[in-house]
Design a protein around this ligand. Structure first.
Ligand code: 4GX
Length: 222
């Protein structure tokens, strides 16, 4: 999968070079291309934002640099184009799975008061929000989306890590323990060191259900 990220702050995306996503890029499983919107401005002072028509606080990102960037990145118009915004549909695991159908994603990150509405009307296929809170820009939401989609691209992480995790069976994940067997007076549940795999499975299913009932009863109603 190829993901183009359009931003005025490309340096924020150095985080994607670390850990699992860094490895996946080096192995060619995913291609992440961070593009500076400013490189496409036709303004002699490289301006990319301006005051809002009608007045009000803050700045709005201008359409020309964004439109030119998207035209250059998606000449065959095959990419699925997403704007990260609190006005969008909330990102859930089902949406993550549906995005895997696309070979090419373009993620647009708005800063300040967002982008000129005509950018959304002309160039964007869907708006996605990562949750009901307001951030300073769409860069962190874009990284969240890249991270959770990339995990399911073939070869990025082992399939066994994907089957047990939270949400895969509609439940939150059971608690995990590692060495030592006793830490500051707390011991690992004995069943986990019993060697009885059937008992371990049963304990984990019970714990997952208990945890989901307590923390996310809404998940059980579905
Ligand atoms: N999930 N932000 C977008 C610019 C903006 C302002 C107003 C549209 C209207 C966010 C979120 C989020 C901050 C990204 C404001 N765009 N994005 N940005 N929550 O808070 O996705």
């Amino acid at each position: 999968m190829k993901i183009d990220i359009l931003t005025l702050f490309p340096e924020m995306f150095s985080a994607l070079g670390e850990s699992i996503l860094g490895r996946a890029q080096k192995a060619g499983k995913i291609e992440i291309n961070v593009v500076n919107i400013r490189d496409f401005t036709e303004d002699k002072h490289l301006k990319c934002d301006d005051y809002p028509f009608g007045g009000g606080a803050g700045m709005v990102m201008m359409p020309q640099p964004i439109g030119s960037a998207i035209d250059a990145l998606d000449k065959d118009r095959k990419a699925h184009r997403i704007y990260l915004s609190p006005k969008g549909e909330t990102l859930r695991q089902q949406k993550v799975f549906s995005l895997l159908a696309y070979e090419h994603l373009i993620l647009l990150c708005g800063h300040y008061e967002g982008v000129d509405q005509r950018v959304i009307d002309l160039f964007i296929d869907e708006e996605i929000s990562i949750g009901d809170y307001v951030l300073t820009g769409g860069e962190l939401p874009a990284m969240v989306l890249v991270d959770c989609v990339s995990r399911y691209v073939d070869g990025v992480i082992s399939t066994s890590s994907l089957v047990d995790e939270s949400f895969s069976d509609g439940l939150l994940e059971y608690p995990q323990y590692t060495r030592p067997q006793e830490y500051r007076g707390l011991i690992v549940p004995p069943v986990l060191v019993s060697g009885d795999h059937a008992k371990v499975d049963e304990w984990r299913r019970k714990e997952a259900l208990k945890l989901t009932k307590k923390m996310r009863p809404d998940l059980l109603k579905k």
